[in-house]
Design a protein around this ligand. Sequence first.
Ligand SMILES: [Zn+2]
Length: 279
Amino acid sequence: MMSVPGGHVHGTASGRQSMAEHAAAYARAGLRVLPLNWPTSAGCSCGHADCPSPGKHPLTRSGKDDASTDIRKIAAWWTCWPEANIGLRPADGVVVLDVDPRAGGAKRLAELLAACGVELPPTQTANTGGGGIHAWYQCPAPYRGHLCEGVDIKSSTGYVVAPPSMHASGRRYSWATQAEISVAPNWLRKLVRRPAVAPPPDGTKIAGSGTDGLVRTVASATEGGRNKALHWAACRATERGAPVVLLDQLRAAARSIGLSEQEIERTIRSALNSARSVA
Ligand SMILES: [Zn+2]
């Protein structure tokens, strides 16, 4: 099943339909399709024993740049490669959250959502054959590359493997819901979109916006500006998915300038909460 912004299109359940028919259905719905290699008993149809991405990389010379809605071109591809997996390039203004549980994505995402007191809104969602999910949302660019550890953000500049492609595990990708692609709420936009770096609060001397810079900004804050510096740095950390390691580094820096444990936790919690309140 699938849907696209502005139009809700239902296909027929997979099983009897060929990959060619599925690919054509996506194209008719306006999605750009590309043929991908497929898993084989030897690993990957590309024939490389040590293929790093079995069943997931493009078959055509220009890869994702060959993606097309041209029904004849698509028919020719799947005549040539009837078993080819299906890659889809999301439309402009659409992101796909690619949650990979093997990379810790499901756990980190759950922790992040719990810390912000929010849940992912229902939307068009695929189960990947590898135990993960692809959740599609409408959200304007520009985007970050990752929402948090193990959760990549895919968009029109890339592609996703689509149902009913075969995963290297031997299981097929499948649509988990027939929902339309939901509009990302503001808190999710804040996590997905690449922000203009927020200006620092008055009196805070910024030592850089990289990980080291955030830690140094806190470590060099002076009396009167310590909480503001920690809050600013924790907000920037939240925008990067609130990595546990980075938050712990900020806590240590805050302790080194004399902030109490209570002040530190209150300030970091406030930064995490701000993720759901900012447009
Ligand atoms: Zn391969």
